[in-house]
Design a protein around this ligand. Structure first.
Ligand code: DX5
Ligand code: ZN
Length: 219
């Protein structure tokens, strides 16, 4: 089995010292850098946009995992690509023509992910799963860091894992929101591949130590 990946979320970093946060991630055991883009329309909050991602990309040595919490994400595919994005994830709830958007993301040269809000069942992806590089299950309502993990996510995760295994698809499963060491362990035992961790990492006295612990949770 492939070892799981850890993607620290920059949203929880000190924005006055973003360079230090990126350096910490570069030197850590983190696999990806997770970047949360919010538009104040799809979610009730605004985070940061392309100028910040570009600046981060210039110094970040880890692949960029860009999570777009915006309406009409298909309009921004080339801009997201030009930032140096590795994985571009769009919300199912924000895409009227999801299949077309996924094809365009791949044609632009990026990996394509689809994100599901807590209330959206994994079964809606049945007919597109094999086209996806990743499915991201939100384990909190998108828009804010530091919220509590929604336990029903574990049931969704099990159903998604079974769907992917049944189809023998290579699709990764990422989970985002409210993850700490205990939650992380439960998620890995239920078949998660990538864990996004924000406040638990950046709120810690030694963030890189927490990343190492998350990375080495299972033997
Ligand atoms: C929430 C974001 C998450 C958030 C996770 O809308 O998508 O990536 O930064 O932060 P924590 O780990 O604090 O829940
Ligand atoms: Zn996110």
């Amino acid at each position: 089995m492939m070892k799981h990946k850890i993607a620290p979320s920059l949203l929880a970093a000190n924005f006055l010292a973003l360079g230090d946060a990126v350096e910490m991630i570069n030197k850590s055991d983190a696999d990806w850098m997770h970047l949360d883009v919010m538009d104040g329309v799809f979610v009730p909050n605004i985070s940061f946009g392309f100028p910040v991602i570009e600046a981060v990309a210039r110094v970040c040595k880890k692949p960029l995992d860009v999570h777009l919490m915006i309406v009409e994400p298909q309009k921004f595919i080339s801009q997201v690509r030009d930032c140096g994005t590795y994985m571009m994830s769009v919300h199912y709830e924000a895409c009227l023509h999801l299949h077309s958007t996924i094809q365009s993301i791949k044609k632009a040269g990026m990996k394509a992910g689809v994100v599901l809000n807590p209330h959206t069942p994994v079964e809606v992806l049945e007919d597109i799963l094999c086209d996806l590089d990743m499915v991201l299950l939100m384990s909190v309502n998108p828009g804010f860091g530091g919220q509590a993990f929604i336990p029903q996510t574990l049931n969704k995760l099990s159903r998604l894992r079974a769907m992917i295994d049944r189809k023998q698809a290579a699709t990764l499963i990422e989970i985002d929101g409210g993850i700490n060491l205990q939650v992380a362990k439960d998620l890995l035992l239920h078949g998660a591949d990538v864990l996004v961790v924000g406040s638990f990492v950046f709120g810690a006295a030694e963030p890189s130590k927490i990343i190492r612990e998350l990375k080495n949770l299972l033997p």
